[in-house]
Structure formats: structure tokens, C-alpha cells
Design a protein around this ligand. Structure first.
Ligand code: F6P
Length: 484
């Protein structure tokens, strides 16, 4: 439906995203338990401290759905929970529609396109099954547009997030032309020649959906320009490359670049709490006097964990002087396990880790510590301990690990960083840049990091931390709001 609403809501500021600031679980006694999420948006929205702000998100599992159903008018009762002050409206989208939109279109299609993840001789294949998923994605976006239209006060500012919600801005504008609408992409954007592998109508719908916004935000200029290039190539839109605007069918959308930074205050405080100290002591005991190479990722295809492990293996094969003198601490947390590709990738990571252990481990030396269970305080402990951080994604919208490590590092840490990560635009000068596909070059960079003089490492880390915290999440959010 594209009908205009006759009534308006009361929220002057709204955020819409697939994953919300809270999620629910079920306790042993059957009651609901609440967990607060992290990330830039959560601290950004709480910074404006407006109790009338509303966050619209999807219910992601059974416990979320129950909470959404039990909530009066869909608004969760968060009284007594420290979740930042705003109201949360969780959408109870039916599980099949949700799964087709989230797994089928958002994560298996749009995410793959923007991160260049397809092995194109066999994938993608846009068949009848995809069309069912696409219809679900349209319905999912319409459900968000309906909820936002109902919640927004006249002339309200609405900040729509990410590739799950690329159709929502145009759908919302049709319902509520009075609103100021922003969209923000947390992913890279594909170059036109790759983007065009989407079916033509889908490629157009995603672009015109985002162009329904007054402003479309990106993490780097590179991704903003790729979006503009897709608008030119696919829609025949007019792009002003200096002003960074896209004009299509009489409307102009401004593109903005907002390079989300690390939250230094939060990280420094959190990284020195007792639970982190405890885990740091345990890691130190396991590592001893040896050097450390640390990586922390979701087990995500784009994070390039397998080539990272191959690079470490190459280092140990070609530079035996590192035997018994280095430990690779690799945290690869579960992610998107509903998708077969992610399960296969997780298995590949584990297999390679076992091979490395079998090839090099000695009774006194464990060359690789792999943890696959998510533990945030342990990640912070590893950040503090790291001599070298390995961040080698195939492609990444930003990559906050690259920005967080220098902020909490205890004694300075060399950063091996993929030139395809958004963060590279700001950190290149003091990082060791790598082509993420080049395993040998990555091994060389690890060696360079491990042998970097302590003084140089500390100096570079200081400069990296300054660059990484230039735009804290609160300011990142406010900038977008003000620009609207
Ligand atoms: O933009 C990418 C993103 O939405 C990030 O904000 C987050 O790191 C990740 O994807 C989470 O993915 P999911 O919600 O599918 O677990």
C-alpha cells in the first residue's frame, strides 16, 4: 500500500533497523529476559536523550516475538532497564516472511553483492525461489514503513539503517511526505558492473528505495561514490560529483559521508573492569613471554578468516625463527548460522586451525588459540594484549575492530589492515596495508608487525587511536540528525 496516513504519531526522532537495541531470551522459569545491544547506534540515539524518540526494529526470535506481542501498542515496556531512554517498538513480522527477507534477500543477496562474495560461475541464480524472497523483502520493508508512519510526529526526522531496509525510505515518503528521511548504509556499496548482476527491477528498486530519502549516508567516500555510480548506470540518474547529490525523477538526494569512529570513553572504561583483567591474566598465562597476533571477528565470509590463518601458517612455514615465539589468538564468533555458506565457512576455519595445530604444536607451545564462543570482555583482553592485530577483510563497510584495538592497547599494537576495509581510508598512514587476497603479502606484514620496534609501535598506535576516535558514535549520530 502507498496510502498517506491521516493521523500522525508523537515521535520527533525515529530510528529504524533490523536488529534493535534490545533482544529477549527465555529464563528457566519461562519468563522473558532482556539483553541490551551494543554498537554505534545505541550510544548515538541515547546521546540525544529524548524520551519521545522511538526505535523501530524487528523481532528476531521467538522470545522477541513474544515480547512484541505482549507489548501494549507494540511498544516494549523498558522501565527499569538502562537502555538509553527511547521507546522501542518491535515488529512481530511472521517468521517465514522475516526469514525470506533477512536470510534470503538481505544476507544472501544484498550483503553478497556489496561485499563481492559470489563465486559467479554458479551463484547467484535468480529463480522462482528468489522471487518469493523478494516479495517477502517488500512486505518486510512495508511493515517498517507502516510502523514509522504511525509513530512519527509531523515533520519528524527518521533515520533508516542499512541494506535490510533499502525500500523503506521511498515507501515511507509515499505514506508521509512531511517527514525528513535519512538512510544510512553500514556496508560497502558495490561497483556498478558487479551491482548489475541483480535482476534489473531489483537493482532499480533498491536504488530508488534509498533515493526516497532526503539524505543517504555512507561510511566512506568510496562507498558513497559507488552508490552514485550505480544510480547513474542503472537508473540514468543525474549525479553532481562535486556536491555529491543524485537527482532522479525530479527529486534530489544528498549523499553524506560519516566515518563512524570508536567510542573511546566507553572502551577505555570497559576494558579495565575486573572481568577483563581476569581474562587478560588467563591469556597471559597461556601465551607466556611469546608475541601475539590477535584477530576478533564474527565468522563472516567477508572477514577473510581462512586467508588470515593461511597467512599465519605461511609465516610459520617460511620463518621458523617464530616457532615457539608467537601465538595467534583468533576469536571467530558465530554469525548467521541459518545460512549454509556460513556453516561451511565456520567448518573451514576450524579445519584449518586443526591443521595448523597438527603441523606446528609442540608439548610446550600451542601456536593457535581459536575461540568460537562470543565473549566481549575476552575480546577486550585480547585487544589489550595484542602485539599485532590482523584485520584483513575482503571488503568491509568500516571495521570497528581496527579502530578499537589502538584505543585500548596496553603497550602499542601493530595493525595489519586490509586496504579494502572502510577504516583504511583513515588509518592507512600508520597501519601495515595489505591486499586481502595475497596470503604471502599478509604473512610478510605479520612479520613486519612482529618485528616493529616497540617505540615505533607505540607511536603509531597513538596516532591510530587519535584517527580512530575522530568521530565518536554520539557525534556521528548527531551529525546525521543535524544534516537532515
Ligand atoms: O552493517 C552490517 C551489520 O548490520 C553490522 O551493523 C553488524 O556488525 C552486522 O551487520 C550484524 O549482522 P547481523 O545483524 O546479521 O548479525
Amino acid at each position: 500500500t502507498t496510502e498517506r496516513s491521516s493521523t500522525t504519531g508523537t515521535a520527533p526522532v525515529l530510528v529504524a533497523s533490523n536488529r534493535g537495541p534490545v533482544s529477549f531470551g527465555t529464563a528457566d522459569d519461562g519468563s522473558l529476559t532482556l539483553r541490551r545491544g551494543g554498537g554505534g547506534l545505541v550510544s548515538g540515539l541515547s546521546a540525544i536523550g529524548d524520551p519521545n524518540a522511538v526505535w523501530v526494529c524487528a523481532a528476531l526470535g521467538d522470545a522477541d516475538r513474544r515480547a512484541a506481542r505482549e507489548a501494549p501498542h507494540g511498544r516494549l515496556d523498558l522501565a527499569g532497564h538502562d537502555v538509553g531512554g527511547q521507546a522501542v517498538r518491535m515488529l512481530d513480522i511472521d517468521p517465514e516472511t522475516f526469514s525470506r527477507a533477512y536470510n534470503g534477500v538481505a544476507n544472501s543477496t544484498l550483503w553478497f553483492v556489496h561485499h563481492l562474495l559470489y563465486a559467479t560461475p554458479t551463484a547467484p541464480s535468480f529463480d522462482a525461489g528468489f522471487r518469493t524472497e523478494w516479495a517477502a523483502y517488500e512486505a518486510y520493508n512495508a511493515a517498517f514503513a507502516d510502523a514509522l508512519a504511525a509513530e512519527a510526529a509531523g515533520n519528524a526526522a527518521v533515520l533508516v539503517q542499512d541494506y535490510h531496509l533499502s525500500l523503506a525510505p521511498a515507501l515511507l515518503r509515499a505514506r508521509r511526505p512531511d517527514l525528513r528521511i535519512g538512510h544510512f548504509s553500514h556496508t560497502p556499496w558495490a561497483p556498478p558492473e558487479y551491482y548489475r548482476l541483480l535482476p534489473d527491477d531489483v537493482a532499480r528498486a533498491v536504488l530508488t528505495g534509498i533515493l526516497g530519502a532526503d539524505r543517504a549516508g555512507f561510511l566512506t567516500e568510496r562507498w558513497a561514490r559507488a552508490f552514485a555510480a550505480c544510480c547513474e548506470a542503472v537508473l540514468g540518474a543525474t549525479v553532481d560529483h562535486d556536491a555529491l547529490t543524485v537527482t532522479h525523477e525530479g527529486r534530489t538526494t544528498r549523499l553524506g559521508v560519516h566515518a563512524l569512529g570508536a567510542d573511546a570513553d566507553f572502551l577505555r572504561e570497559r576494558a579495565h573492569r575486573p572481568d577483563v583483567d581476569e581474562r587478560l591474566a588467563a591469556l597471559r598465562a597461556a601465551v607466556g613471554e611469546r608475541r601475539t597476533v590477535v584477530r576478533v571477528d564474527r565468522t563472516e565470509l567477508s572477514k577473510n578468516i581462512v586467508r588470515g590463518l593461511q597467512a599465519y601458517r605461511h609465516l610459520l612455514r617460511t620463518r621458523p625463527e617464530w616457532h615457539d615465539r608467537v601465538v595467534h589468538i583468533a576469536f571467530a564468533y558465530p554469525s548467521r548460522t541459518d545460512l549454509a555458506e556460513y556453516r561451511a565457512y565456520t567448518a573451514a576455519v576450524r579445519r584449518l586451525a586443526e591443521e595448523i595445530d597438527a603441523e606446528f604444536a609442540t608439548p610446550g607451545w600451542q601456536p593457535l588459540i581459536l575461540h568460537v564462543d562470543d565473549d566481549f570482555p575476552r575480546s577486550l583482553a585480547a585487544y589489550r594484549l595484542a602485539d599485532v592485530a590482523l584485520v584483513n577483510p575482503i571488503r568491509d563497510g568500516m571495521n570497528l575492530v581496527a579502530k578499537e584495538v589502538p584505543v585500548v592497547s596496553d603497550h602499542g599494537c601493530a595493525l595489519v589492515l586490509s586496504r579494502e576495509a572502510g577504516a583504511h581510508a583513515e588509518l592507512a598512514e600508520d597501519a601495515l596495508s595489505v591486499n586481502p587476497y595475497d596470503v604471502i603479502a599478509t604473512a610478510d606484514a605479520l612479520h613486519a608487525g612482529l618485528t616493529m620496534p616497540a617505540g615505533e609501535r607505540a607511536d603509531r598506535t597513538k596516532r591510530l587511536a587519535a584517527a580512530a576516535t575522530a568521530l565518536p558514535p554520539q557525534q556521528w549520530f548527531l551529525d546525521q540528525l543535524n544534516a537532515l
